[in-house]
Design a protein around this ligand. Sequence first.
Ligand SMILES: [Zn+2]
Length: 376
Amino acid sequence: MTQTFSFSLHGTDGRARTGTVHTPRGDIRTPAFMPVGTAATVKAMMPESVRATGADILLGNTYHLMLRPTAERVARLGGLHKFMNWDRPILTDSGGFQVMSLGALRKLTEEGVTFKSHIDGSKHHLTPERSMEIQRLLGSDIVMCFDECPALPADRARIRESMELSMRWAKRSRDAFGDRPGHALFGIQQGGLEEDLRAESAEALRGIEFDGYAVGGLAVGEGQEAMFSCLDFAPEQLPKDKPRYLMGVGKPDDLVGAVKRGIDMFDCVLPSRSGRTGQAFTRRGVVNIKNARHMDDPRPLDAECTCPACSNYSRAYLHHVFRSQEILSSMLLTWHNLHYYQELMAAMRAAIASGTFADFETGFHAARAQGDIEPV
Ligand SMILES: [Zn+2]
């Protein structure tokens, strides 16, 4: 197994790409979807089950882990991989985004962000240097730069100011990260929906040099059409020979549209969170298992799906355990959703490799347009 971090591009189809991110903890096949393990667990899933869905890598949240159980405690207990029993790659975010969305009484300065914990009100300070230290203590394989991201819509002056601060923090993150063979540091492009600001940000990041590049600041309320417009130019501004990661995205059709535009990596809470609220993603669209129409339905959620929820249980049973608020409901629907997402990524990788991505995309949208199977 390789002892360094690298990226090989195997093929392209239009602007869509397929490749492999090599890490000492294993390969990541791209396009890749990373399930979110916020508090050192992908909710309702055992790590071996997450792996069984086809996931090559998980995401952990710096903000949550620094507050509880704390990065220092995780380090004393052998690092995040050992702590949560996941020996494959882990990417951690920088904490910046969640401080701004979850932290209370935030104060933003050139130095960093001071905030109060949403758990116990305790006061914390997060800077690029501290974020790098926390992600090192956790043992993260792919570390994200500490950045700041305005909610959209925002005026151009605010987006520019924020982007420039993030680029100064990117340099400080790079300096603080240092030289850690086998571990990667990703820069994060900002600039809202503005092509010239995105280009300036990409230029600044290229000057610093990173192991991979994220498109940040999207999926913050701008809508799919605006996001795709931005992805028509943003990924192309980043180096071709490094992985490109679209943070916090998204719904299945977001993933297909973003892969088409040159994105290699994704993370999103949607498949796991939706699993807990009774929503299942299928090739024919979203199914709400709580609906009464499933009460007497002996058929599986998706007859073509090979996940445990579809192989062993009926819609009627899935409806029953959801209605009864049984823990198994979250477990089965989360498994199904993660399995669906990983199959979607595998299908896109195969389509890109065989030069049939356009056909894949047509079939993907046609199946969804059919809608769910007729009620019994
Ligand atoms: Zn299934």
